[in-house]
Structure formats: structure tokens, C-alpha cells
Design a protein around this ligand. Structure first.
Ligand code: F6R
Length: 237
């Protein structure tokens, strides 16, 4: 893993955005892997502001998101569909047909999960994947104990994850119990990975990742097996 310490949240966001912009400049047909959550909000702001300067276009690029809650409509403000539209897709020129998120309300969710991996493969796999990390070390919504060889699948959210994400809902009871997530196997097929870690709440996860120990009990540790991961961090030491 390549470790990059940023002086603050803004700098972390800028470093990450510049890596994504460079990637797009090298290949206008880049297949992006996107994450949601509070950590990448600054990254999306930065990406949109660079786009607005007018020197880059996403018109030929594609994007696949990591995850979505089960049983939440895309119009729901807490959905990741809504998050992505508002933080990124409403502001750039990526074509609607090139934007993919797992569907949280499909009639046959298991099939939707398998189809998602097939679509990623058909696109030639993800060129650059953005990740955040859960307090328990999850990546995507692959909670501790998830086998490393699992593709996109439906998971039960850990209670710590529901707690951490309840700020986006009226109450803990409204936080979905399940989600659909790119599997660890899917994530590991990405050619390049950028992991953002920000804030003291992630200190324990940061330490554990830094230790280099690889275990399914700590999903992010699988990244030690990937050849091209950049961890950009701030607010942890
Ligand atoms: C989001 C995702 C999650 C988050 C993680 C950290 O698409 O896959 O793994 O990256 O839960 O979330 P924040 O950034 O809100 O602390």
C-alpha cells in the first residue's frame, strides 16, 4: 500500500481528485468505481469544480458505484442514487446510460447482484476505484467475516454500520438492515484503488490496516494483496 498523509480534509480531497482527473486525461473512456459516505464529499466537490473549469469531459467515461441500501427508492434522500446525483452526476457530462449503481429495489435482488458483476466485466473492469473504510474495516458494505472471494452480493449491515449511518435517517429504525454491495472479489479486480481515510473515528481501522495483517475479520486488509492501492489519510496518525 502507498500511504499519503494529507495536511487536512481539503488537501486529501484535492489529492484524490487530481488522481482521478489524471486518470481521465490518460483515458477518456475510464471506468470509474465510486463510493458514497461523508468522507468523499469534498472529493466530489473538487472533481465538479475541476470539471467546471472546462478542461475535462466525462462524456465517454463510465461509473459503477460500490453499494446501495435494500428497500430504499432512488428518490429517497438517504439513497446512494440520490447522493451520487446530487454530489456528482447532476453536475458533470457523464451520460445517464454510463452510470451504474446496484439496485436496492430489484424484484430479484440476487440476480441483480450477479448481473452487476457481469456489467462491470463487460465494461472491461474498473480502472480506478474510490473507497472509504468503515469503523469496523468494511469496504463497500462487505462487513467483517465476508469471504474474500465473494462477488457482488446482498449483505446484512453490521450494527456499528447502521449506527454510523443513522445521521442520514430520521431514526435508527429507518436505517435499512440490508444492502447490496460490490463483493471483495469485484473490488480487487479494479486496476487501481484510492482509499480515503479521514477523522479520528477511523483511528482504530487505520492502525489495523497499517499493521499489514490480512484477515477476513477486517475486510480492508485484503487490499494488502492488491498491487496498486493509494491510501490518502488525514486526522489519523
Ligand atoms: C460507501 C461505502 C462505505 C463507506 C464507509 C465509510 O459507498 O461503501 O464503505 O465508504 O462506510 O463511510 P463514511 O465516509 O461516511 O465514514
Amino acid at each position: 500500500l502507498k500511504w499519503v498523509e494529507a495536511t487536512d480534509y481539503d488537501e486529501m480531497s484535492k489529492i484524490a481528485a487530481s488522481i482521478f482527473v489524471e486518470q481521465l486525461k490518460e483515458n477518456s473512456k475510464t471506468v470509474f468505481g465510486m463510493a458514497t459516505g461523508s468522507t468523499p464529499e469534498g472529493f466530489y466537490k473538487e472533481l465538479v469544480s475541476i470539471y467546471k473549469e472546462g478542461n475535462i469531459s466525462f462524456a465517454q467515461a463510465k461509473s459503477f458505484n460500490l453499494d446501495e441500501y435494500i428497500g430504499i427508492n432512488p428518490s429517497n434522500e438517504a439513497s446512494y442514487h440520490y447522493y451520487m446525483d446530487h454530489n456528482l452526476f447532476n453536475h458533470i457530462d457523464m451520460k445517464q446510460e454510463n452510470i451504474y449503481l446496484p439496485t436496492g429495489n430489484a424484484a430479484n435482488i440476487e440476480k441483480a447482484a450477479m448481473d452487476y458483476d457481469a456489467m462491470i466485466e463487460e465494461a472491461g473492469n474498473i480502472d480506478i476505484q474510490l473507497l472509504g473504510i468503515g469503523v469496523n474495516g468494511h469496504i463497500g458494505f462487505n462487513e467483517p467475516g465476508t469471504p474474500f472471494d465473494l462477488g457482488t452480493n446482498v449483505i446484512k449491515l453490521a450494527e456499528s454500520t447502521r449506527e454510523a449511518n443513522k445521521i442520514y435517517f430520521d431514526s435508527i429504525n429507518d436505517v435499512p438492515t440490508h444492502a447490496i454491495t460490490m463483493g471483495i472479489k469485484t473490488i480487487m479486480k479494479s486496476k487501481k484503488i484510492v482509499l480515503l481515510i479521514a477523522g479520528a473515528a477511523k483511528q482504530e481501522a487505520f492502525d489495523r490496516l497499517r499493521s499489514g495483517e490480512v484477515t477476513e475479520d477486517f475486510p480492508a486488509s485484503v487490499l494488502n494483496y492488491h498491487p496498486d492501492v493509494t491510501v490518502i489519510y488525514t486526522g489519523v496518525e
